[in-house]
Design a binder for this molecule. Structure first.
Ligand SMILES: [Zn+2]
Length: 136
């Protein structure tokens, strides 16, 4: 019989939450009410409402890679379009794009992290473990 994971019992007590909506809102993936982050990008250790242990949340570099790819594509396109259409001097690009990229990266990194943690909870994604690793 398959080993039971901690969040199997959750379904009876909490309605299923959308990973995208709870992640974007920065809410707990189980109850949808508790806060997911204790600071801008740091997840809480435990949900204050339902007590879900967020120890499973190990999203690694996933959110950062997605933000770099998506935001880099969008901002590079906008900068090229601005250069082609308006031909501003270099300092205008620096003054405009550095704060825009910084703000968008922080906001979208929080969203992406929330969505990935919620998706990780929903799909029960975890580090691969050998079933009989202790017998070796
Ligand atoms: Zn919760």
């Amino acid at each position: 019989m398959a080993k039971k994971q901690p969040h199997y019992e959750d379904r009876a007590h909490y309605p299923e939450q959308s990973a995208i909506s709870t992640g974007l809102a920065g809410r707990c993936p189980r109850c949808g009410e508790g806060k997911l982050f204790k600071s801008l990008l740091k997840p809480v250790d435990q949900c204050a409402i339902c007590g879900l242990d967020m120890g499973f949340a190990e999203e690694g570099d996933g959110p950062a890679v997605l933000v770099i790819l998506i935001l880099g594509f969008v901002v590079a396109g906008l900068a090229l379009a601005m250069e082609y259409l308006l031909r501003p001097s270099v300092w205008v690009h620096i003054i405009l794009w550095v704060p825009v990229i910084t703000a968008l990266a922080l906001i979208s990194l929080r969203w992406m992290k929330g969505v990935m943690i919620a998706a990780q909870y929903k799909t029960k994604a975890a580090e691969g473990l050998l079933e009989n690793a202790d017998q070796e």
